[in-house]
Design a protein around this ligand. Structure first.
Ligand code: ZN
Length: 160
C-alpha cells in the first residue's frame, strides 16, 4: 500500500466528471487500498478518486473505525429526511461549512469482487455518501453549503 498525495482545491481535477470503472483490474484494487491508507493517514472519513488525481468513479468511506466501505460506480438510489450539519473536506483543509443533506441515504455500487451491493446509512454516513459522490461529478461542498464558517467559528471547533 502507498500513501497518495491529496489534491487541494484550485486544482482542475476536482472539477471534472469521473468516468465509470468498467472492469475490476489489479490497478483498481491497488487504488482502493492506497485510497483507504491515504484517507486514514489524513484522519478523514471519506475520500474520492479525483482527490488523489484519478478521474474514476471510486470512493472509500470509513465513518466507524474498521468499517471500510469501498464503492465503485456508486449511485444514490434512495434518500429521505433532512440533516443540517458541519462538513469539511480533505481537499479544503482548515475550512468548514454548514450543509443540509438527507438523513438517510441508500447507495448502490460495485464492490471489489465485482458484486452489486446496496449500502444504507444515516446521519454522518449518509452525509459521507452525498459528499463523496458529489466529488465524482466535480462538485465540492461549498457549492451546496448553507454557509461557510468564519475563522472565529473554526477556532472554536478546533479547540474541541
Ligand atoms: Zn471532500
Amino acid at each position: 500500500m502507498a500513501k497518495l498525495k491529496i489534491v487541494k482545491v484550485g486544482d482542475d481535477v476536482l472539477r471534472k466528471e469521473c468516468r465509470p470503472v468498467d472492469k475490476i483490474t489489479p490497478r483498481v484494487l491497488t487504488l482502493l487500498d492506497d485510497m483507504a491508507e491515504t484517507m486514514r493517514a489524513a484522519g478523514g472519513v471519506g475520500l474520492a478518486a479525483p482527490q488523489v488525481g484519478v478521474l474514476r468513479r471510486i470512493v472509500v468511506i470509513e465513518c466507524e473505525e474498521g468499517e471500510l466501505i469501498e464503492l465503485i460506480n456508486p449511485k444514490i438510489i434512495a434518500y429521505s429526511g433532512e440533516n443540517e450539519g458541519l462538513e469539511g473536506c480533505l481537499s479544503l483543509p482548515g475550512q468548514w461549512g454548514i450543509v443540509t443533506r438527507p438523513m438517510h441515504v441508500t447507495v448502490r455500487a460495485m464492490n471489489r469482487h465485482g458484486e452489486i451491493v446496496d449500502y444504507t446509512g444515516s446521519d454522518l454516513l449518509a452525509r459521507a455518501f452525498c459528499h463523496e459522490l458529489d466529488h465524482l461529478d466535480g462538485k465540492l461542498y461549498p457549492d451546496v453549503a448553507e454557509r461557510m464558517l468564519s475563522p472565529e467559528e473554526i477556532k472554536e471547533i478546533e479547540r474541541d
